[in-house]
Design a protein around this ligand. Structure first.
Ligand code: SAM
Length: 279
């Protein structure tokens, strides 16, 4: 089921909204790092604890967002004109569809997130160009079938699709019966050749102690968090062909000093980014 609009941007109120603002949530903590206003005292308290052990969280969030902008612009310039963005987050301009439709106004974008607060703000994600289309699926990446069913209502799965999972899969801890790589594989198996995958992901490789403490803060707030090494990140791209420069820290992925803002070090970013195509 999708909330969808091509012009006016009305969110679909068929969804039941169940916001528990007393429990910190990753989307709202991330919004706080980015300087947004869609967060509550419980989120700010947990974000404060995160910043105490991982003081670069704001720079990491900014570098991650800049990676999203550059990777989506690159993919749109390569001809990808339909995107499935999972773990979209609370709208923060420019949103993915604004970047993609800035290159190709006819681009179609399906957003998905499992936090109901993102749905309540979906209106900003649904302001498509008249030529293009945007839609929102309330769904969990651990339920690929549901997310894909929503995406199929808007995207043409016989043509290449740009799948993006930015700053998402580190919230999926590997379990004996299901790993993040299994989830990536479940989506890949449904995509046609020519499709692309863009991922950014927390890593311990540049600031191990801080990343480990960050994991502990999130877990103590009830959110799984698993930083992954370069090798573990590469496993998420199994079967995909990475484009240059491969998997690198987010600020090193095809940087654009004109739009990236203040420089961010590898340790401050503490996230890998990579983009690949399915041949
Ligand atoms: C750190 S934010 C990233 C937002 C955006 N992708 C970006 O990179 O700027 C992570 C988002 O993933 C969402 N998320 C976390 N676990 C999820 C899951 N299991 N399924 C779908 N979305 C999830 C959160 O609600 C949040 O909006």
């Amino acid at each position: 089921m999708t909330a969808e609009d091509t012009h006016s941007g009305e969110a679909n109120d068929e969804f039941s909204i169940n916001l528990d603002i007393h429990i910190p949530h990753s989307a709202r903590m991330y919004d706080y790092y980015l300087g947004g206003v869609t967060n509550f005292p419980a989120d700010r308290e947990a974000a404060g604890r995160a910043l105490a052990v991982f003081p670069f969280a704001r720079a990491a969030a900014r570098a991650n967002r800049a990676f999203m902008h550059r990777s989506i612009r690159f993919l749109a310039q390569q001809g990808i004109d339909q995107f499935l963005d999972i773990g979209t987050g609370i709208p923060t301009s420019p949103n993915l569809h604004e970047v993609a439709q800035g290159v190709n106004p006819a681009a179609r974008i399906v957003y998905a997130d499992n936090d109901p607060i993102v749905l309540t703000h979906a209106e900003a994600l649904l302001r498509s160009t008249p030529e293009g289309r945007t839609a929102y699926v309330q769904g969990d990446v651990r339920d690929p079938e549901k997310v894909l069913a929503g995406a199929r209502e808007v995207l043409d799965f016989s043509r290449p699709i740009g799948l993006s999972m930015n700053a998402l899969l580190h919230f999926i801890a590997d379990k004996p019966d299901r790993t993040a790589a299994d989830i990536a594989e479940a989506f890949k198996s449904q995509l046609p050749s020519g499709s692309s995958l863009a991922i950014s992901h927390l890593t311990p490789d540049f600031a191990a102690a801080e990343a480990q403490r960050l994991e502990q803060v999130y877990r103590s707030s009830g959110t799984d968090l698993q930083a992954r090494t370069l090798e573990e990140m590469a496993a998420l791209f199994d079967g995909w062909e990475l484009v240059e420069p491969g998997i690198v820290s987010t600020p090193r992925w095809r940087p654009n000093p004109d739009s990236d803002g203040d420089p961010v070090t590898d340790a401050e970013a503490s996230c890998y980014g990579g983009v690949a195509f399915l041949r």
